[in-house]
Design a protein around this ligand. Structure first.
Ligand code: CP3
Length: 353
């Protein structure tokens, strides 16, 4: 059978844990404020409006992919727009980041959260599927496109805090105090996010990534009881494309993230790549895990850090090179390029150093 060109890309091979001459590389938040082209567009267009304008959103990602020469594109969007059709208001303010209006305060509030299950329910957010189509159309056929969503815990965090938080105190209080309402909320989120990711797959992404960006504020035991069942429920429903399951902040959760599911587990920098892979187990792939702060240093340090990470991965199939979290806004673009180039030169330096 004739496979599409992206099928045998280094990225797709790594996702299937097939051997490749070098690992694939892309960067979380690879299109963003650290790029002059992005800042120029943002001077004219608000962030949410940008997410809702497929032509611009696609162009921003395609420019980033070309500038960095990475092995995969991710759709330009955000974790939070899915909350709007679920009944929340959403705003991005220049100073405070995202603000979620009408946050959940009581178990009663959970009842008014609208789950989006049927294809028609997702109509208000169909612009994301248009972004998928526009990006796929403009992208080189041999590069895969990644879709994404937040994990149930991270989205519950925004819905309960009404925005970002250092310690997710309100979220955890709600989780401890109202276990039944918590379950109802997490089930609604898991099923909605599954429908959302499956619709992205239908629109043309080759892989999906689930971001549990703030889950590290939990203990392993709380994760097991209060979060794992719902991340699992979400990932089990994503059947047509492979998935990357990303969590940060607490390396003790790695075996549990793996248990919840995902073909590839995305890890931060808090454990070395070798130890993180041990915690995940040899029968899954790994994505990561350069500290994004390394990209603020200098080219020589970046090269040395990337090479060290690649040595720790030991050339095993199933490693996708990435940062341990998103690119920081202060990152010089040239430094991100050095990271990518160093990975792409992998075979030449394994012989020497
Ligand atoms: O990777 C990419 O380049 C694709 C685009 C992407 C964005 N957000 C664009 C964005 C992706 C994959 C995300 C995911 C996202 N959004 C996460 C998970 C990744 C992570 O960092 O953990 C989270 C937690 C969010 C929520 C969010 N969006 C916050 C907290 C903020 C404000 C703080 C910040 O980092 O800017 C955003 C805004 C946002 N999302 C911007 C971009 C390019 C900046 C918006 C601007 O132009 O001001």
């Amino acid at each position: 059978m004739n496979q599409p060109a992206w099928h045998d890309s280094v990225m797709m091979k790594a996702v299937r844990r097939e051997p490749t001459a070098r690992p694939p590389v892309w960067l979380m938040r690879q299109a963003g404020r650290y790029m002059a082209e992005y800042r120029a567009v943002r001077e004219k267009v608000g962030f949410l409006e940008l997410c809702r304008t497929p032509r611009l959103a696609a162009e921003i990602m395609l420019t980033a992919v070309e500038t960095l020469n990475v092995d995969a594109a991710i759709i330009f969007s955000d974790l939070l727009p899915i909350l709007e059709p679920m009944g929340f208001g959403l705003e991005f303010t220049p100073s405070d980041g995202p603000v979620v209006h009408r946050p959940i305060r009581t178990p009663d509030d959970v009842r008014r959260v609208v789950p989006l299950i049927e294809p028609n329910d997702l109509e208000p957010i169909s612009y994301v599927f248009d972004v998928v189509e526009a990006t796929r159309r403009g992208l080189s056929p041999d590069l895969p496109l990644i879709g994404f969503a937040g994990a149930p815990f991270t989205l519950a965090g925004y819905a309960i805090e009404g925005g970002g938080s250092k310690d997710f105190r309100n979220t955890k209080t709600f989780m401890y105090r109202y276990p039944d309402a918590w379950r109802e909320l997490m089930e609604k989120l898991a099923d909605t996010l599954a429908a959302y990711l499956n619709a992205q797959a239908d629109a043309g992404v080759q892989i999906v990534q689930v971001f549990d960006s703030w889950v590290g504020c939990l203990s392993d035991t709380d994760y097991r009881t209060c979060v794992l069942p719902y991340s699992k429920r979400l990932l089990e429903q994503v059947r047509t494309v492979p998935s990357i399951h990303f969590g940060t902040g607490n390396p003790a959760l790695l075996p549990l993230l793996r248990e919840a599911g995902g073909d590839i587990i995305g890890v931060d920098w808090r454990l070395s790549l070798e130890k993180a892979w041990e915690a995940i187990g040899p029968d899954r792939g790994i994505q990561g895990n350069l500290d994004p702060v390394v990209l603020l240093s200098d080219p020589e340090t970046i090269r040395a850090s990337v090479r060290k990470m690649l040595r720790l991965a030991g050339g095993k199939p199933g490693h996708i090179v990435n940062l341990g979290h998103g690119v920081l806004p202060q990152t010089p673009v040239e430094h991100a390029r050095v990271m990518v180039e160093t990975v792409k030169a992998y075979t030449s330096y394994t012989e020497g150093s």
